[in-house]
Design a protein around this ligand. Structure first.
Ligand code: ATP
Ligand code: MG
Length: 327
C-alpha cells in the first residue's frame, strides 16, 4: 500500500527548465521524510505539486490516500503547509491571525482561542501576541506562519525550509514541536538546507538534484554509502607534516590528504578505535606532537557533497526573512 505521501514519475517543466524530471517518493504514515538538495534542485516544485498548488505535466501523486490530481479539494482538507494556507495578515495581531485560521477551519470560537494561546506560547510569541504582525521581525513572522499551519493538526504536513532564518534557540524549539507532532501520528515532508536538521528529524532522506531523486535511505545508510571512517590528525608543527603523512600512509586504506595551512592530515581507514590507538602510538614513537587526533565518520555534509558535487548552503538571513515558505 502506498504511504501517506506518494509520488510516481512527477514531471514539471517551466519553459526550457525541467524542474522535475520524474520524482518518485513514498513516505510511510507517521514518518518524516527529509527532502535535501542544492538550490534549484526541485524541492519547492515537488512540494507545490503535492499540495495542489501546481499541476505536474506528468506523473501521479497520492496524499492521505487521495489522488492529488483528481481530487485536489479533498487533499487540501487533509494537509497543512507552512507559510502558504496560513498567509499572515499584516494588520491583524499574531493572536488574531491564529484565531482566524481556527475559525476558517470551523473550530468553535473558544477552542480557536485556546489553540491560538497554546501555539503563541509554544512558538515564543506570547509577548508579541497582541501586536500587529507587521511589527514582527523576520524570524517572528516565520514562527507565526508555522504556528498557523499547526492550528488544526492535519494528518499530513508539508514544510518547505521551516527553520531557515530562525536563530538556534527557536530552531531547537521548532524541532521539539515537530517531534511532538510526529509522535502524534502526523506524516511530514520537510525540505531543508540544514543537513543537521534532516539528521535530527527525518526517518528517511531523499536527495534531489536536477529534478530527480538521486539517493534515498536513512541518514546512516547514506553515510555508509559515502565511505567509511577516517583518521584526522592535526600536527603541532609544520615541519612534522611529511613524517606524519608517512605514518598515516602505513595505516591508510586510501589516499592521505594534507592541508598545509591547518596542518591537518586525513586518511581513510578501517579498524576503528584499535587502529586509532596504533596510529597514536606510532606518531608518538616518532616524536610527532599532535594538537588533535580523532576517528571521524562521514557527516551528512560529506554525503551531500559526494552525491551532488555541491555543498549544501543555507539561504542567507535577509533572503530567508523576505522569502515565502512556498514560492
Ligand atoms: N514558476 C517558475 N517559473 C520558471 N521556473 C521555475 C518556476 N518555479 C521553479 N522554477 C525553476 O525550477 C527549478 C527548480 O526550482 P525549485 O524552486 O523547485 O528548487 P528548490 O530545490 O526549491 O531550490 P531552493 O533550494 O533554492 O529553494 C529551478 O531551476 C527554478 O528556477
Ligand atoms: Mg525551494
Amino acid at each position: 500500500m502506498p504511504g501517506a505521501i506518494y509520488a510516481e514519475g512527477l514531471v514539471k517543466t517551466f519553459g526550457d527548465v525541467r524542474a522535475l524530471d520524474g520524482v518518485d517518493l513514498d513516505v510511510p504514515e507517521g514518518t518524516v521524510l527529509g527532502l535535501l538538495g542544492p538550490n534549484g534542485a526541485g524541492k519547492t516544485t515537488t512540494v507545490r505539486c503535492l499540495t495542489t498548488l501546481l499541476r505536474p505535466d506528468r506523473g501521479k501523486a497520492v496524499v492521505a490516500g487521495v489522488d492529488v490530481l483528481k481530487h485536489p479539494d479533498t487533499v487540501r482538507r487533509s494537509i497543512g503547509l507552512s507559510g502558504q494556507f496560513a498567509a499572515v495578515d499584516e494588520y491583524l495581531t499574531g493572536r488574531e491571525n491564529l484565531q482566524m485560521v481556527g475559525q476558517l477551519y470551523q473550530m468553535k470560537a473558544k477552542a480557536a482561542k485556546q489553540r491560538a494561546a497554546d501555539l503563541l506560547e509554544q512558538f515564543n510569541l506570547a509577548d508579541a501576541a497582541d501586536r500587529p504582525a507587521k511589527t514582527y521581525s523576520g524570524g517572528m513572522r516565520r514562527r507565526l506562519d508555522l504556528a498557523a499551519a499547526l492550528v488544526v493538526s492535519p494528518p499530513v504536513m508539508f514544510m518547505d525550509e521551516p527553520t531557515t532564518g530562525l536563530d538556534p534557540r527557536n530552531r531547537q524549539q521548532l524541532w521539539e514541536v515537530i517531534k511532538q507532532l510526529v509522535s502524534g501520528g502526523t506524516t511530514l515532508l520537510l525540505t531543508t538546507q540544514y543537513l543537521e536538521e534532516a539528521d535530527h528529524l527525518a526517518h528517511d532522506i531523499a536527495v534531489v538534484d536536477h529534478g530527480r531523486v538521486i539517493a534515498k535511505g536513512t541518514s546512516d545508510q547514506l553515510k555508509a554509502r559515502t565511505g567509511g571512517e577516517r583518521v584526522e590528525v592535526v600536527v603541532h608543527e609544520r615541519a612534522h607534516i611529511a613524517d606524519a603523512a608517512e605514518v598515516l600512509r602505513g595505516f591508510g586504506k586510501g589516499e592521505t590528504t594534507v592541508e598545509e595551512h591547518t596542518r591537518k592530515l586525513t586518511v581513510p581507514v578501517t579498524g576503528g578505535a584499535k587502529l586509532l590507538a596504533e596510529v597514536i602510538r606510532e606518531l608518538d614513537t616518532r616524536g610527532i606532537e599532535m594538537d588533535d587526533i580523532g576517528l571521524r565518520r562521514p557527516t551528512l555534509d560529506d554525503v551531500f557533497l559526494s552525491l551532488t558535487g555541491h555543498m549544501a548552503e543555507a539561504a542567507d538571513q535577509d533572503e530567508a526573512n523576505g522569502k515565502e515558505a512556498v514560492k
